[in-house]
Design a protein around this ligand. Structure first.
Ligand SMILES: Cc1cc2nc3c(=O)[nH]c(=O)nc-3n(C[C@H](O)[C@H](O)[C@H](O)COP(=O)(O)OP(=O)(O)OC[C@H]3O[C@@H](n4cnc5c(N)ncnc54)[C@H](O)[C@@H]3O)c2cc1C
Length: 463
């Protein structure tokens, strides 16, 4: 790690959880850091927006009691005491009925599965949670692995709808490491001695988290540029040139000693033209899942389950997240906030469907599941579409992932695609930022230091 104060200038591209954490850690080690973010605010996938007259997360977010990296960062930025913790319930919508599946007794009573199927299902989860060498699970598809341990019937009636709900048809190419990571995240708290998993949220939602992170960055001397899209990153004889474009159309060029790309891998391939063809291919070959996620503000509660998994076919969304089964009503002015996510491939036509079409089909599905609801109960409906959310853990994924180093001494990559044995969540993202730091600092220290914090100069104004 770098010890002495360094005046090396670093540009971090992207102000999601990864870029913000990386920037904070670098600034606290003495680097002169600028974060450049295309959106008008910070937080990336974990940002907040308005639905009706409330502000809450654009995508549903829960923190687990075992999310130690998130909780430590929250302490560091002064909001460690702002978490509320709850025991939540999980529902299953199966054969046109809602079932609670929140404990072992309910699991044993779950009618859609026969007794023997339940034993095999329970054993699969128990066994999976105890596997240490996750790399061997990368060699087999999740479908084959689950069928082997749970049996064909349980796979088709239980696992398949759940896999499809998170992966769409991409489940066919996903390795069993995915289910290992998912089960291990849910088991983490129990391993640490707790009998039950507790779910939590920061009061005020991720807006509280991002605001506190913004203040910590400011205090550490980080310059934060929002509404500024990076257009290209080109190495110079000394340092790296970063061309950006503001929302107004203004194009500028700045020079830094080092640039850290925290964006999704195809974005890095497109923004850094001097990477080798092999590097670009590696970045572009990573397959991503996208999401269409509706925030729905209701007058009435639903079933009281934080997550309701759907095993019946024919629903336009892949699960129901009743946020207000976790979050206190006073946080959302007494409304009921529900998310309807549909995970899709990054090129799925649904990502381009109109708001009206998505709203009509999603509400139809919601009313089918909860016949007590009508149009009258819907106070607001807003749709988020993101084409690149999560890198798909395909067969032998860990051997395909790009490292931090690139062939360009002034450019490094720290991206969520480098999470190889975990699920995509803020805790893993912060952990990634932390473990990438030693290599990043070595590379920054080794990069040339001619242009330090040179003022941006205007190239052209196109807007
Ligand atoms: C539907 C959904 C539900 C989730 N639920 C949970 C949950 O319950 N718990 C949990 O812990 N996590 C959850 N997550 C995951 C969590 O949001 C992510 O792990 C985390 O936010 C990823 O951060 P990131 O910085 O890697 O990526 P991002 O947040 O995608 O950040 C990348 C940033 O780069 C910016 N950018 C892109 N191109 C450019 C450019 N050219 N110039 C400048 N900036 C650029 C983007 O605007 C973005 O802000 C959820 C995610 C989704 C989508």
């Amino acid at each position: 790690m770098s010890s002495a104060k360094s005046s090396k200038s670093v540009c971090v591209v992207g102000a999601g959880a990864l870029g913000l954490t990386t920037a904070l850690k670098l600034a606290r080690r003495g680097f002169d850091v600028t974060v450049v973010e295309r959106a008008s605010g910070i937080g990336g996938l974990a940002d907040a927006w308005r639905v009706g007259d409330i502000t809450w997360d654009r995508h549903y977010h829960v923190t687990l009691l075992s999310d130690s990296h998130t909780r430590t960062l929250a302490e560091e930025i002064g909001i460690g005491d702002r978490f509320d913790w709850r025991e939540t319930r999980t529902g299953f919508y199966s054969e046109s009925k809602l079932y609670s599946m929140s404990n072992s007794v309910e699991f044993l009573k779950f009618p859609p599965l026969r007794f023997l199927d339940k034993i095999r299902l329970g054993f699969t989860i128990f066994y999976c949670a105890r596997i240490k060498n996750w790399r061997r699970l990368e060699k087999v598809t999740v479908g084959d692995w689950l069928t082997r341990w749970s049996g064909k019937r349980t796979f088709e009636s239980m696992w398949l709808p759940l896999l499809k709900s998170k992966l769409g048809d991409n489940y066919r190419d996903t390795s069993a490491a995915f289910i290992w990571a998912t089960i291990n995240r849910m088991y983490a708290a129990r391993r640490s001695g707790l009998k039950k998993e507790m779910f939590g949220y920061v009061r005020g939602g991720y807006a509280t988290f991002n605001d506190a992170l913004g203040r910590a960055l400011d205090a550490a001397g980080v310059r934060l540029q929002t509404g500024v899209a990076v257009k290209s990153v080109v190495p110079l004889d000394a340092g790296v040139s970063v061309t950006t474009q503001r929302e107004s159309g203004l194009v500028e060029e700045s020079k830094f000693d080092h640039v850290v790309m925290t964006v999704q891998t195809p974005v890095t391939a497109a923004l850094v033209p001097n990477l080798s063809d092999t590097e670009k291919r590696r970045l572009n070959d990573i397959r991503y899942m996208g999401v269409v996620c509706a925030s729905v503000l209701l007058k009435k509660p639903l079933g009281g389950y934080y997550v309701t998994n759907i095993t019946d076919p024919g629903f336009p969304f892949t699960g129901v997240i009743e946020m207000t089964a976790l979050v206190d009503a006073d946080q959302v002015d007494g409304h009921h906030l529900v998310y309807l996510p549909k995970y899709v491939s990054s090129d799925d036509p649904l990502l381009k469907a109109s708001d009206e079409d998505i709203k009509a089909s999603f509400l139809q599905g919601l009313f089918r599941m909860y016949p007590q609801l009508t149009e009258e109960d819907v106070e607001a409906f807003r749709i988020s579409r993101v084409s690149h959310v999560m890198a798909l853990p395909t067969i032998d994924y860990s051997t395909k992932v790009p490292g931090v180093a690139t062939s360009l001494s002034g450019v490094s990559v720290v991206t969520s695609a480098q999470i190889v044995n975990g699920t995509l969540n803020v805790n893993e993202t912060i952990a990634l930022a932390e473990r990438s730091l030693p290599e990043l600092i070595k590379r920054i220290d080794a990069s040339s230091a001619t242009h330090i914090n040179e003022e941006a100069h205007e190239l052209s104004a196109t807007g």
